[in-house]
Design a protein around this ligand. Structure first.
Ligand SMILES: NC(=O)c1ccc[n+]([C@@H]2O[C@H](COP(=O)([O-])OP(=O)(O)OC[C@H]3O[C@@H](n4cnc5c(N)ncnc54)[C@H](OP(=O)(O)O)[C@@H]3O)[C@@H](O)[C@H]2O)c1
Length: 177
């Protein structure tokens, strides 16, 4: 399966402003529009439980899109499950992706956060990184990945300037080694 990691960060690599859980106070309208149109085109969206908690009010369920939320306590979310639309999973990223492969999914957007991203990178599951860079410095906040030893090699494929302020959409391909 092809997995594209989609995230927005500040210039200093923060995916949240300080300890705020919501990101839409500082992400540009252009990035939000880009995000909204992309997620409508993909049939599989993968996220960590904390990202789900931060975004759940905005998630619109549809039979065309499966949202997969990683949590060590899937039993806590049984009431929310809609098979094929919203599912809660526990386990290693590679096992879960293999199961989704078997169900016929060919492409996924990985939507964070840093815990889940790190696991996917460690398992070499990420094929592309699409990163929106917003021109802010926050100093404190979550990161794209945890502060752990990683060695992921990427090649830039394209740069798109999304607005006058200088929000950039950078698309990278992960080099397999
Ligand atoms: N700027 C951006 O583009 C962007 C994107 C996404 C998120 N965010 C922000 O980042 C924050 C959340 O990120 P985060 O790194 O703290 O959390 P996260 O990665 O979204 O979620 C971490 C949680 O995912 C579950 N998990 C991770 N790996 C698992 C595995 N292999 N098996 C089972 N469960 C697993 C665990 O849930 P349990 O605790 O339930 O077991 C863990 O506590 C939010 O504030 C969100 O707004 C920003």
């Amino acid at each position: 399966m092809k997995i594209i990691l989609l995230m927005v960060t500040s210039l200093d690599g923060k995916t949240t402003r300080w300890n705020e859980s919501r990101i839409f106070q500082w992400t540009s309208k252009e990035d939000q529009d880009n995000f909204s149109s992309l997620i409508k085109k993909k049939s599989l969206l993968i996220m960590g439980r904390k990202t789900f908690d931060a975004a759940k009010k905005m998630i619109k369920l549809s039979p065309k899109i499966l949202h997969v939320v990683f949590t060590t306590e899937p039993e806590k979310y049984l009431d929310l499950v809609v098979p094929g639309q919203l599912e809660f999973v526990n386990g290693s990223a590679i096992n879960i992706i293999n199961k989704l492969d078997d169900r016929g999914y060919k492409e996924a957007l990985l939507l964070g956060g840093e815990h889940l991203n790190t696991e996917f990178f460690k398992e070499k599951l990420v094929n592309e990184v699409w990163l929106t860079l917003e021109p802010y410095l926050f100093g404190i906040g979550n990161q794209l990945v945890l502060s752990e030893k990683l060695n992921i090699d990427l090649t830039l494929q394209s740069i798109t300037k999304l607005n006058k302020k200088g929000t950039l959409l950078l698309k990278y391909e992960a080099n397999k080694n």
